[in-house]
Write a protein that binds this ligand. Structure first.
Ligand SMILES: Cc1ncc(COP(=O)(O)O)c(C=O)c1O
Length: 366
């Protein structure tokens, strides 16, 4: 089947670009002696996770939530790190059950309450739980402060059924800073503080062998942090308008993920209605999708969500003629939540659909 036979709206993956993105990030990390632990929250697709592992130099795959981890383990991913703390008792029991069968499962923790629940669940399941201290890089989302890290690490190490493996420090609030010098500089400052806390942990507890963190936006700079063992980058493999708008030339990755849509009505000059609205493309008002032809972004074409759930509005120069049925390829606003709206991804080589991959972690937000 060829691309122009595909019903729309459909999410497509341009395989050549995707492969280039995988190789680029792998080689960037290799050159600095680090590994990747790619984040599956971006793509929610086990087939992509497998290709990230096949591309090489990976320590494992990340999941945001337990339900994502369950699907990844089911798909045969050997090592999964859950990058959000788990706080509900029933969920920690479920985690412990998954842990009993998974090849390797790791979770971050940031409170004594959760750690005690994890300890009890591990005891009941008969297998130790592997854990990282979640360090808060002054973002306030999750994690313990830099100052509290050594004491919290000692507490975790004192629990007989918790195996302390190291720390995570992820500065999500820095990833989209437009000025590359400010982005790398602020990330370096915070990640160095995380590294100092990790050094203390490692000196006290030799089992600490992981210091993980970083997103696509700060990765090129963070790779210089000596203690960092692996980077949990997500968006680099697909890319989106948010990253392309914010970070522009400082990010070498190209958009592999596209929304293929069709013009369904074009009765007004300079304007057309396409079949992808808020139900197909996640609303990010400050980073609307951009029209792309091959590799060329068409800056005079603008997308907005003003036609609602089912339709998108395209505006363009009045001298351009657009016909109903015409196909429009868009770089999506924000890849993670847009992927979460679709069941499958059509994989393209040139204009040929060579594969269809299930987005089987879709909706896994528990
Ligand atoms: C904990 C964590 N690590 C890594 C990432 C990946 O970041 P990015 O998509 O910017 O590469 C995210 C994304 O939100 C995250 O929440």
């Amino acid at each position: 089947m060829r691309c122009n036979e595909l019903d729309t709206p459909s999410l497509i993956l341009r395989k050549e670009i995707f492969n280039e993105n995988l190789a680029l990030m792998r080689d960037m990390a290799l050159a600095k002696g680090k590994k990747l632990r790619p984040h599956a929250k971006t793509h929610k697709c086990p087939e992509i996770a497998k290709r990230q592992l096949q591309a090489g130099n990976c320590a494992g795959i990340c999941a945001a939530k337990l339900s994502e981890a369950e699907k990844l383990v089911e798909a045969g991913i050997p090592s999964v790190l859950i990058t959000s703390p788990i706080a509900l008792p029933a969920k920690l029991d479920r985690f412990a059950r998954l842990n009993a069968t998974a090849q390797e499962l790791i979770v971050v923790l940031d409170s004594k309450e959760s750690a005690q629940l994890a300890e009890a669940a591990a005891f009941a399941s008969g297998r130790k739980i592997k854990a990282l201290v979640d360090i808060d890089p002054d973002m306030g989302r999750t994690g313990v402060s830099f100052e509290q890290t050594p004491a919290f690490a000692s507490y975790l190490a004192s629990l007989p059924h918790v195996e302390l493996l190291g720390a995570q420090c992820y500065a999500g609030h820095l990833q989209h800073i437009g000025d590359a010098t400010a982005r790398y500089g602020e990330s370096r400052r915070l990640m160095e503080m995380g590294a100092a806390a990790f050094r203390e942990m490692r000196a006290a507890f030799p089992s600490c062998r992981i210091f993980t963190g970083t997103g696509t936006g700060t990765s090129a700079g963070d790779l210089d942090i000596l203690e960092l063992t692996d980077i949990q980058v997500g968006s680099y493999c697909l890319m989106d308008a948010e990253y392309m708008n914010a970070c522009k030339e400082a990010i070498p990755f190209r958009p592999a993920l596209r929304m293929l849509s069709s013009v369904i009505s074009a009765n007004h000059p300079g304007m057309a209605t396409i079949d992808a609205g808020t139900k197909a493309i996640y609303v990010t008002p400050d980073a609307p999708p951009v029209r792309i032809c091959g590799d060329e972004i068409l800056p005079e074409w603008k997308y907005d969500w003003s036609f609602g759930d089912e339709h998108g509005r395209l505006t363009f120069p009045k001298n351009v003629s657009v016909q109903p049925g015409e196909r429009i390829e868009l770089v999506v606003s924000h890849c993670d939540p847009t992927i979460n709206l679709a069941d499958r991804l059509y994989v393209l080589e040139g204009d040929e659909i060579i594969d269809v991959w299930d987005i089987s972690l879709r909706g896994c937000c528990q």
